[in-house]
Design a protein. Structure first.
Length: 263
């Protein structure tokens, strides 16, 4: 695992965006062999998306031959609801780049058969050749996507009940009204993320410090699903200084030292 420590949110977002762009350009994707990108929602990836949009508008990168699969979506929330992840992605990313609509894949939280929707999503990922790079964020309790504490580390796309902590955290997007926050979501599994050829997680703020500690210094546990990344051959966590508040001094210095000459 690589741990990239940047001074603040702006610089970590810039690093992450530049890294993703470099991977897409290096792959030189074509219609026959597109670059498959896993996409998160939430506040943490906003800076990453902003940087990718900047690079696209500068002409440094094209998304014409990029295929995306989003991590999750609420169950029962209309797609055109302002807080659905469909709306989030088009508002904050897709509508600003040259991605083809048919190349965008987001789980349908209003599908008649949710189990079938999840199974078909896994099949679609496989048919696309698997995910080249899965971007993501992490919750305060160490969850990735909606794989809450206790989720199987080999789980695949499925329906998940959300914890009270997640509902409270997400209430900021619903006027802080807990009754408005969906209780159920569809989410890729930890195993789905781990099957990607590369994983890049953005982690910012003191409130994520405990999650980062468990991701980097503690053992692998289903109670901190982010810790599964320790088993991935190509996993990167990009964080800011405040997210490192609970790391040991030695751990902090080690990663700063080994990454000082890298991108």
């Amino acid at each position: 695992m690589r741990l990239i420590i940047e001074p603040d949110y702006l610089t970590l977002s810039r690093w992450a965006g530049d890294y993703v762009a470099s991977k897409i350009k290096a792959a030189n994707p074509t219609p026959e062999k597109p670059f498959v990108l896993g996409c998160p929602t939430g506040s943490s990836p906003l800076g990453l998306y902003k940087r990718l949009i900047e690079l696209y508008k500068k002409g440094d990168i094209s998304f014409e031959n990029v295929v995306t699969f989003n991590m999750d979506e609420y169950v029962g929330l209309p797609e055109d609801h302002p807080e659905s992840y469909h709306s989030f992605m088009w508002k904050n990313f897709f509508s600003h780049i040259n991605i083809k609509k048919e190349n965008v894949h987001i789980l349908n939280g209003n599908a008649e058969n949710l189990e079938e929707e999840c199974a078909n999503y896994e099949k679609a990922i496989a048919a696309a050749g698997g995910i080249d790079l899965f971007m993501g964020g992490v919750g305060q309790d160490g969850h990735i996507a909606f794989n809450e504490p206790g989720s199987s580390l080999t789980s695949v796309t499925r329906k998940k009940e959300l914890t009270s902590d997640t509902i409270v955290a997400n209430s900021r997007f619903f006027d802080y009204d807990l009754e408005k926050v969906p209780r159920v979501a569809l989410t890729v599994g930890v195993g789905t993320v781990m099957a990607a050829r590369e994983v890049l997680i953005v982690c910012n703020g003191h409130n994520k410090a405990r999650a980062l500690k468990h991701a980097v210094e503690e053992g692998i546990s289903q109670m901190w699903t982010i810790s599964a990344l320790q088993l991935h051959p190509h996993a990167i966590i990009v964080c800011d200084e405040t997210a490192t508040d609970e790391l040991k001094v030695g751990t902090y210095k080690y990663f700063k030292d080994i990454e000082k000459n890298n991108l």
